[in-house]
Design a binder for this molecule. Structure first.
Ligand code: NI
Length: 205
């Protein structure tokens, strides 16, 4: 009995120590140079070719060498998308203000899950309201379905027959990818712009 009790105590202590080590190794904004990005090795992302807000076809390789912030949504979204995008882009602007060279390293991208209404012209007006460098991408329904699947985004166009007003339910996710298109972290879109800027600064080197 005693041995078992002691062993349980040892295991608990060991578990507690592991927890402490894990906590102290967690990045807190400084000195996290050797920390592993939370999404390192995750099977998220991949190639795509879509149409940007100027009607020009763009493929994923064109972002090679750049970090990317990728958010999926739609311009007619009445609440969540504009709030998230506004927060994310305020966070990026804050990070750029602290380190102006960051602007050349980070490309923000908005991918529409409502390709029927989000034409390039609609996207052009929409993205410019959030950040001067935000790229809006749309495509055929098939292209959007394929890219959403690669980026683990689920969406559901809730359209009744003959209705032009509809909502699109969609996953709410803000990804930060690295220069090779590798997933690094999720950005805290529901946090403050400072929180978002901190997370960008933590991983963009
Ligand atoms: Ni939305």
């Amino acid at each position: 009995m005693n041995n078992i009790a002691n062993m349980a105590k040892m295991i608990l202590t060991a578990g507690f120590l592991t927890l402490l080590v894990a906590c102290s190794a967690a990045p807190d904004g400084n000195g996290a140079a050797d920390a592993e990005p939370p999404l390192a090795g995750a099977q998220i992302g991949g190639t795509f070719t879509l149409t940007n807000q100027d009607g020009v076809r763009m493929s994923e390789d064109e972002f090679k060498g750049k970090y990317r912030i990728i958010y999926f949504g739609y311009s007619y979204c009445p609440d969540v998308c504009p709030i998230d995008l506004s927060n994310l882009m305020l966070g990026l602007k804050l990070a750029e203000k602290g380190d102006p060279a960051l602007a050349e390293k980070v490309q923000p991208i908005f991918i529409s899950v409502d390709p029927e209404r989000d034409t390039p012209a609609v996207l052009k007006q929409y993205v410019s309201a959030f950040h001067p460098r935000l790229i809006g991408l749309t495509g055929t329904p098939e292209e959007i379905a394929a890219v959403a699947k690669k980026y683990l985004i689920i969406y559901d166009i809730r359209k009744d027959e003959g209705s032009s007003e509809y909502l699109v339910d969609h996953s709410r996710q803000a990804y930060l990818f690295g220069p090779e298109g590798e997933p690094l972290a999720l950005l805290p879109f529901d946090g403050t712009p400072e929180d978002i800027a901190d997370e960008i600064n933590r991983w963009v080197k």
